[in-house]
Design a binder for this molecule. Structure first.
Ligand code: NAD
Length: 430
């Protein structure tokens, strides 16, 4: 694959300029070249359809007032409502959110969901806000987003730094405004409020399923495999548990505050208890400390980045020592790192748009259940989830093999082509 370095975004779309947005554009350009998409169609496919930036003043517990920045980006409106998570993190910026929205578009299209991609964010550190402050910020954000969202317009879900409780506050704020309960406005809600069984576990469970399929594909005995997981939040911790159920020994885990390593395998159930008590995996007994940087280059069979973007870069891509790179996070590998990884056929990559798609797939199920007020059992949810993942995995692997192209290029090609075709058929409006 030819490598094109990431130029800064200049011109009218420079509001989105950000390293992560440049990275998403760079990936898009590589795929557009591969698919020979005419220049005249590229801008419409690449740039977000619309975005909203809001100032969010809230009262802090000490009586002061603080203004936070909130964003929402809807990437394209061609295939249905937009869908995507809401992230609370101090570094969130409009351009990062735009990149994540673009990846959501390709992910939904790859898995055949009737959505465009979206993403939202609030630049805040949720760990430094009290529960009351977090609730006021979430409600304020929802209120400001009111003209921009709706069950048939744009549906949010949890992402980094947000959870079921945040979704419940959003759903309540929206419902109060509408004068009736509208559970379909968000997914990833508590089950008691119209959430779907299996949604909280969906992303990590999907990672486990796909890693198992990948081990079949490359002929690796999963019951003898080891794994290292970067980020031990919703996705990382469930992915680790799910891998353990397939017999994998999880030897290392890290989070924003530190990490732990045990060559005999970490006791994940004890680690969960430690995490619940200490809010970090660091300091877990029966383990040695390990840094995030070290975890990424640890000898292991399965490496699962499940935290932030741009973790696997030019600097460490040559040193990674795994057989399967399962991208549970969004955008963990830079295009520069891809160039190096593409020269290392011993590493099988499950690209992010496929690897973490379990989350949006079960979000889709939740939305469908809410719209019909008819709820499914967990077995039905998991069965349908695995069927969609199986179809997408098979399609991507067979395209990658047939065309002799990297897995990421194959996965993005399927997604981008579907959006391109829909835009061609519909016309210019969406
Ligand atoms: P989360 O907030 O539940 O957990 C994030 C974890 O990453 C935490 O353990 C945190 O301490 C750790 N972390 C944060 N900064 C870090 C750093 N600098 N180094 C190492 N670890 C760090 O978030 P999540 O929902 O598990 O999301 C994780 C990733 O998965 C994100 O990239 C997100 O976009 C992606 N994702 C999430 C879902 C979902 O359903 N929640 C779906 C698809 C993709």
């Amino acid at each position: 694959m030819e490598f094109v370095s990431a130029p800064a975004i200049f011109g009218p779309m420079d509001i989105y300029d950000h390293p992560t947005f440049r990275m998403a554009c760079q990936q898009f350009d590589l795929v557009a070249n591969h698919l020979e998409i005419p220049e005249s169609e590229r801008g419409r496919l690449k740039y977000p359809k619309r975005s909203l930036t809001v100032a969010l003043p809230i009262h802090r517990d000490d009586g002061s007032t603080e203004v936070f920045a909130g964003y929402r980006v809807q990437h394209h409106l061609t295939l249905g409502p937009t869908k995507g998570g809401l992230r609370f993190h101090p570094d969130v910026r409009l351009g990062e959110v735009a990149a994540l929205a673009m990846w959501m578009s390709w992910k939904c299209a790859l898995t055949g969901l009737p959505y465009g991609g979206a993403k939202g964010g609030v630049a805040c550190d949720p760990g430094k806000l009290s529960r009351g402050e977090l609730e006021r910020l979430t409600r304020r954000y929802t209120q400001e987003m009111m003209p921009f969202i709706g069950p048939q317009v744009d549906v949010m879900a949890p992402d980094l730094g947000t959870n079921e409780q945040v979704m419940a506050w959003m759903m309540d704020t929206y419902s109060v405004h509408m004068g009736a309960t509208v559970s379909s406005i968000v997914t990833g809600k508590p089950v008691g409020l119209g959430g779907s069984l299996g949604r909280r576990e969906a992303t990590g469970r999907g990672v486990g399923y796909l890693v198992n399929r990948a081990t079949d594909t490359i002929g690796l005995d999963i019951s003898k495999a080891t794994a290292a997981v970067q980020g031990f939040g919703n996705v990382g911790s469930i992915a680790a548990l799910s891998l353990a159920r397939y017999g994998v020994r999880v030897i290392a885990a890290t989070d924003a505050f530190g990490g732990v390593y045990n060559s005999n395998g970490l006791n994940l159930w004890e680690l969960e208890k430690h995490l619940a008590k200490n809010k970090t995996v660091a300091g877990f007994s029966e383990s040695e400390p390990i840094t995030n940087e070290h975890l990424l280059v640890l000898p292991c069979d399965i490496l699962v980045p499940a935290a932030l973007e741009r973790q696997i870069t030019e600097a460490n891509a040559g040193k990674i020592q795994c057989r399967i790179l399962a991208e549970a996070a969004n955008g963990p590998t830079t295009p520069e790192a891809d160039v190096i990884l593409n020269q290392r056929p011993e590493i099988f990559i499950i690209p992010d748009v496929l690897c973490n798609a379990g989350g949006v797939i079960v979000s889709y199920f939740e939305w469908v259940q809410d719209l019909q007020s008819f709820f499914w059992g967990e077995t039905e949810v998991v069965d349908k989830l695995f069927r969609i993942l199986e179809t997408s995995f098979t399609q991507v692997v067979s395209m990658s093999r047939k065309q002799k192209i990297p897995m990421r290029l194959a996965a993005l090609s399927v997604g981008i082509k579907r959006v391109q075709e829909a835009k061609r058929i519909r016309g210019l409006f969406p």
